[in-house]
Design a protein around this ligand. Sequence first.
Ligand code: MV4
Length: 480
Amino acid sequence: MKKILIANRGEIAIRVMRTAKKMGIKTVAVYSTADRHAPHVKYADEAVLIGEAPSNQSYLLGDKIIEVAKSLSVDAIHPGYGFLSENAHFAELCEENNIIFIGPKSKAIKIMGSKLAAKEAVKAYNIPMVPGTDEAITDIAVAKKIATEIGFPILIKASAGGGGKGMRVVEKETDFESQMDRAISEAVNAFGDGSVFIEKYVSSPRHIEIQVMADAHGNIIHLFERECSIQRRHQKVVEEAPSSVLTPKLRQQMGEAAIKVAKSCNYLGAGTVEFLLDDNLNFYFLEMNTRLQVEHPVTELITGTDLVELQIRVARGETLPLKQEDLKITGHALELRVYAEDPLNDFLPSVGNLEVYRLPVGENIRVDNGFEEGMDIPIYYDPMLSKLITYGSTRDEAIQLMIHAIENYQIEGIQTTLPFGLFVFKHDAFRSGDFDTHFVKKYYSPEALLEEQKEEAKIAATLALQQYLEDQKLLRVPLK
Ligand code: MV4
């Protein structure tokens, strides 16, 4: 593999290129007219303009990207996350054109892209699942009977949904028919597939996911968990590894279950198996993401691995260089997603110019960044600016360093989620480790953020005054 094309933009394109360069592999960037001056374009060995700003006229044009890859004799394509990364048709297109898709085979993408197909695939592997139906609901009366047996509240989920899209909680039996009708028509509209199923609603779960990696020779390892419960409307904001609630035994059980899920679809490459963990520490398989995830760095830091390097190595047919026994968790890592969004204004995108943009630097601080000072933030794409990642020998150390790093991240010209991050990392519930997926809804409000900032300002003012008085005393001494 001499040359790879990165079918993505922003921080992840740069992240992938960094490893490719380290491995002596040439890199090709693709870009839209909005990204002419973007860092990922400058960072690549070659770069090709593929279309207009809207992603359906550029980053989502599979055929166009394949054409570019062929004309530049590219050996492999890395899709990053989002865009074409979980598009089974694109993976197939690569295969047909003798280009290696750095990811699983299209069949595995297809299976895991459908919740019902995924349930079917893992059926023979004894994976814990939330009580519910494992086939599309065709008869509402039958479904209602099952729902009553499971007990309300229940959750209706669209088979083609994911990341929280196409879900509906039903609190009581009398709401069942109307909610079911709505869920089906919503699924038809959103996904062109009205298949829905029901599950018992787990009311205060944690979201724990397991990183897996598989080679083409039947070896599958897991690289432990990431805790991703701090999210806002299904958008993750803070992730960490390891989770503060898993015991070594539970970690091993979840890791083994994740490996079985990967086995069930003949998986290849990097994947993530999502679980819900209820308050009695029972875990349930939710879905599998067939891509490298945004939050992969926290896993890299606690395991000392380079997941992109492993992806590339297994994609070119190598045997995994690591065995399960070689892996252990060392230290603790945190990640904050820094978005160009205003936490005081309902997290609306805050577009504009990055008038000042200076990253924090220091040992155990990593910033996976896609922007530079002076740039405008394009409105066409995800508003994530960077990922701020810290590492410590303990969780407390990683938190302290994160607070320090946030305070040394200078951004002017737009609003960002940095202050929101500070709110999370200073919050008692976060620091105690006792939180679930309702953290943001439960504790966050613009007023709470302003209150916290006021307290900070008070402390700062008191310290400044104390220092002033100390200085005055010192100054007076020689005068006497
Ligand atoms: C659930 C659930 C409770 N009970 N399933 C949301 C995204 C999708 N991956 C599955 N999700 C959920 N499924 C049952 N049976 C609660 C969620 C959920 C959630 C899961 C992970 C992270 C954040 C979440 C926020 C709200 C709901």
